[in-house]
Design a protein around this ligand. Structure first.
Ligand SMILES: [Fe+2]
Ligand SMILES: [Fe+2]
Length: 154
């Protein structure tokens, strides 16, 4: 994988400051995780560091989805439950990833880290791509709704 310097792109901006900051921060975590997986190809890494990033991703995803869903409720977004179930799909992937990590650690004495790291790289790419796609489609849709709502009030 070619290492991008920054996974965030200007087209991800929704012009809602707290959301834009959280979107950027999650991309930073994806980048950290991708860099650790990449580094592991040439030298041993501390699995502890990767686990820490994965736990950060879990916490951050929950925090971000809570922020977003609360905002959608506040602005009466009509597709809120469909949007929340998209978030659930992402959370399920993270849960599966955590379960794989658990499985890997349970047999760490006998299995090398290669298989887990290859899988971690793939899952990380999937999560990063999902995050970007979701912002460009579903998140942009609610941002339009909020802009219209705000426009009606002024
Ligand atoms: Fe979002
Ligand atoms: Fe979202």
């Amino acid at each position: 994988m070619d290492m991008p310097v920054n996974l965030w792109k200007p087209e991800y901006l929704l012009d809602i400051d707290i959301i834009d900051e959280q979107h950027k921060s999650f991309f930073d975590l994806c980048l950290n995780s991708a860099m650790l997986c990449e580094a592991a190809r040439t030298k041993p890494i501390q699995l502890h560091d990767l686990i820490h990033v994965i736990f950060n991703m879990r916490a951050y995803a929950f925090k971000h989805f809570y922020t977003e869903e609360t905002l959608l409720l506040k602005y009466g977004y009509p597709r809120i439950y469909g949007h929340a179930s998209l978030h659930d799909i992402f959370l399920r992937t993270l849960q599966e990833f955590t379960a794989e990590l658990h499985e890997h650690l349970a047999k760490a004495q006998t299995a090398g880290p290669e298989a887990f790291l290859a899988n971690a790289t793939r899952v990380n790419d999937d999560l990063t791509n999902w995050w970007g796609e979701h912002i460009l489609t579903a998140d942009q849709d609610y941002a339009r709704h909020i802009r219209e709502r705000k426009g009606q009030k002024t």
